[in-house]
Design a protein around this ligand. Structure first.
Ligand code: SF4
Length: 499
């Protein structure tokens, strides 16, 4: 049994690397800490930052050191999700960005490559494969060119801070972007196949609980948003942030623990079944807070109360097999913690939830049992592209080159335009849940039991039904081999199957 097994309970082993300190281009959002020697939005007392500082923020050394620690803790390190933290990566100079990603792959490969392409190629068969990569970003740093660059890095998930969907508040808290930037970024990222995570921030200055909930509902009721994942970071006053020196002047107080609990409780009821809450509360040490800090593990309380009350929650994480089982018993060996031994109903079925999002049609495929416990999921996006509009979109460009005629659906939308609409299908996520298993290990429930193939087969069926002749998959570099075995071939940054 691994120490802290919850880290790998969702099927992959996360490995966090931190960027060197740098101020964001637009200035500083008023709640954001950070200093000369600390990456923006973090404090020098956070464990991940302290580790990175000790290694002078060197990406190669950070990956090596984390691999070593994870192995010592008993976690499998075959399937790594690389998470890049600190500031806004896409704003660093280009050499730094490319060098950083290459160094991470080099460390996973245990070999220095000549360039990023070679490093990625090597990683396809490396012992430590990068099966997913997450970049934290801003909505106004998701231009076509930036989206293309993230694909080139091997990124599969992009998290953007949206905090609250309100332009007035954005101005007052000095976010430096607009709601329209959120709308545009969400669409570009989804069309390129990324999983999209939002960071939301209840309790900001100039908001209140009613407004927070009203605008939170909009995230799902308005189909221009609808993220796949969420991080809920209630606003707190942190030392070294502009807010720490101005909160008295603007008469601001953050939500206390009871208010925070209440708001998170309400939020949990709103989140639909296609969205996963990745985290609640920032890990900011209490000595860095101006007010009594809210407990970092507040989520546990909220979730326990939900379970005790029997309330049905749709959100993904509470339904995942690993987490669902880990809460069914407090004793190990009886299904408690991470055990898969309890009598879980193994009669599983496929469920398809269809919804509109960012100008496309999302098919959310889930494998669940009768209690709605989730064993695996797949996100398939089908969307039209108007080729008459000149676009520099990287996805657009590659589609034009690779799938120019075969996917063409209809020509001409209006008399005055020569619109050519092309329909695309892309798998944005395939995930089978359960404790991460080593590559090649035999699975009992969840991973390595053929659920991934089942989900892909269903996605292909939907694509054929829609008369689309190819399916693209955004795939972590380390998962390409898996898709290769299913008949997919590498084209640009995607694994592609033609029908
Ligand atoms: S964009 Fe993020 S990292 Fe940059 S100042 Fe704002 S909160 Fe901090």
């Amino acid at each position: 049994m691994a120490k802290k097994p919850v880290r790998t309970i969702s099927g992959v082993t996360p490995l966090t690397v931190v960027l060197k300190p740098r101020k964001c281009n637009h200035g500083t959002c008023i709640y954001c800490p950070g200093g000369e020697f600390v990456p923006q939005s973090y404090t020098d007392k956070s464990p991940a930052i302290m580790r990175a500082m000790a290694l002078k923020y060197d990406p190669f050394e950070q990956v090596k050191s984390r691999l070593d620690t994870l192995e010592k803790m008993g976690h499998p390190t075959d399937k790594i999700e690389l998470i890049i933290l600190g500031g806004t990566f896409l704003q660093y100079d280009l050499d730094y960005q490319y060098g950083y990603i290459k160094a991470c792959f080099d460390a996973l490969n245990d070999k220095k490559s000549k360039n990023l392409e070679e490093a990625k190629k090597l990683n396809e068969k490396s012992r430590h494969r990068c099966v997913a990569m997450c970049i934290e970003n801003r909505p106004d740093n998701c231009s076509d060119e930036e989206v293309k660059r993230m694909l080139e890095f091997g990124c599969t998930r992009v998290e953007i801070g949206i905090q609250i969907l309100d332009d007035e508040i954005y101005k007052k808290i000095k976010r430096g972007h607009t709601v329209k930037d959120v709308v545009d970024a969400t669409k570009r990222l989804k069309d390129a196949g990324f999983k999209v995570g939002y960071h939301v921030m209840p309790g900001l200055p100039y908001s209140n609980p009613g407004k927070d909930i009203r605008l939170f509902k909009k995230i799902y009721s308005d189909d221009r948003f609808r993220p796949d994942q969420l991080k809920i970071y209630p606003c707190q006053i942190v030392d070294d942030s502009p807010l720490a020196s101005m909160y008295k002047k603007i008469n601001y107080e953050p939500y206390n623990e009871a208010q925070t609990r209440e708001i998170i409780n309400k939020i949990m009821d709103i989140i639909p079944e296609y969205c996963r809450v990745m985290r609640v509360m920032r890990e900011i040490p209490k000595e860095k807070m101006a007010f009594d800090p809210v407990r970092i593990d507040l989520r546990k309380d909220v979730e326990q109360k939900i379970r005790d009350s029997g309330r049905k929650i749709s959100e993904i994480r509470m339904r995942e097999i690993g987490f669902a089982l880990s809460r069914t018993s407090s004793k190990r060996g009886q299904g408690g913690e991470i055990g898969f031994n309890i009598d879980v109903d193994k009669n599983i079925k496929l469920k398809v939830v269809r919804y509109k999002a960012s100008g496309g049609e999302e098919y959310f495929l889930e494998i669940v049992n009768k209690d709605n416990i989730l064993f695996g999921l797949l996100r398939l996006r089908i969307f039209d592209e108007d080729l008459s509009k000149s676009s520099t979109s990287p996805t657009t460009a590659s589609y034009k080159v690779n799938g120019k005629t075969q996917n063409e659906l209809s020509v001409n939308a209006s008399k005055n335009s020569r619109a050519k609409r092309v329909k695309h299908a892309i798998v944005r996520e395939l995930h089978v849940y359960g404790q991460a298993l080593a590559l090649g290990a035999e699975g009992k429930l969840g991973q390595h039991t053929g659920l991934g193939k089942w989900l892909m087969g269903e996605a292909e069926r939907i694509v054929l039904k829609n008369k689309i002749e190819e399916l693209k998959v955004i795939s972590g570099v380390g998962v390409r081999e898996y898709y290769h075995k299913m008949g997919y071939r590498l084209e640009g940054s995607y694994m592609v199957k033609k029908f």
